[in-house]
Design a binder for this molecule. Sequence first.
Ligand code: AMP
Length: 111
Amino acid sequence: MTIFKKIIDKEIPTDILYEDDFCIAFNDINPQAPIHILIIPKKEIPQLSLSDDNDSELLGKLLIAANKIAEDHDTKDAFRIVINNGAKAGQSVFHLHLHLLAGRPLSWPPG
Ligand code: AMP
């Protein structure tokens, strides 16, 4: 079981910033920007590449949740969503998650 599943199950107490039927969101423990929020589906999908057509609605809901969370943090017009897919792409927790980054200039290309 991943640490994110334990957070979903409330086994690990975490300040939940947003929750709906599909997902929860909370602050990243090691923030890379003044705003760094993780948005994770309640369904256990290890990584984006293991999702399929049955997850279409869920994946859309995650992005819509990101919009709402950005708006809640007054950063609707300047944020970045990152999904690291696979260890070689920097994924360290194998429960699908969106990083929402904001609150500082975000350069491109990313590292
Ligand atoms: P990734 O490297 O894309 O898999 O992202 C995993 C993220 O989870 C990292 O940015 C970690 O800092 C973050 N993280 C790991 N454990 C926790 C935790 N208990 N609470 C909040 N964030 C965490």
